[in-house]
Design a protein around this ligand. Structure first.
Ligand SMILES: [Zn+2]
Length: 187
């Protein structure tokens, strides 16, 4: 059965609007019974699912309702990322709170630059955050010890000429992913 003849829970087989929300910037977002999300003018928004099967529509509607539940605090420009977060959450049977967490962790992680490592003695390596970023003054020390690798977030305490000294902030993680998420909260 193709999408155009699938039956909505209301019994109608014609694609129709099932929800409409006003976003933080005043723009409109609509959820349609075929699983798409549209503007007030009927344009399918970037990132919207375009399902072609019953299962696809069901999955799109699960994500769509999560988007409808959260979108009013977001601007139109955020919607593509919000839909991505909702689709990720829907496949894990998550809640609207999970959508928000996913949205912010993804957005933050995307803003943290890619690590550039300098090798130090004893198998350690350093990633000093760029001087021209909001994370300047921070560094990550990878202790590099096999089996119990730790990533320590460090902060610059003194700069005498070329000599830079860093001290532990107390934040320590087992994976680069966790460090990145932690740094993202500071972006
Ligand atoms: Zn309906």
């Amino acid at each position: 059965m193709d999408a155009s003849t699938s039956t909505c829970t209301c019994g109608s087989t014609e694609p129709h609007r099932v929800a409409r929300r006003t976003l933080a910037d005043g723009k409109r977002l609509e959820l349609w019974s075929d699983g798409t999300m549209c503007t007030a003018f009927g344009f399918i928004v970037r990132g919207s699912p375009r399902p072609r099967t019953e299962d696809g529509i069901r999955a799109a509607m699960d994500a769509g309702w999560l988007v409808m539940g959260e979108c009013e605090i977001f601007d139109f420009d955020d919607i593509e990322e919000l839909i991505a977060a909702a689709r990720w959450t829907a496949t894990r049977n998550g809640t609207t709170g999970d959508v928000r967490d996913r949205f912010w962790s993804q957005r933050g992680a995307n803003k943290v630059p890619k690590p550039v490592w300098s090798l130090a003695s004893g198998g350690e390596r350093w990633w000093v955050l760029p001087r021209l970023s909001v994370l300047r003054g921070l560094a990550v020390l990878d202790t590099g010890m096999a089996g119990r690798r730790r990533f320590r977030v460090m902060t610059r305490v003194a700069a005498l000429g070329e000599d830079v000294t860093f001290a532990a902030t107390g934040f320590e993680f087992a994976s680069l992913r966790e460090v990145t998420l932690h740094l993202a909260e500071n972006v």
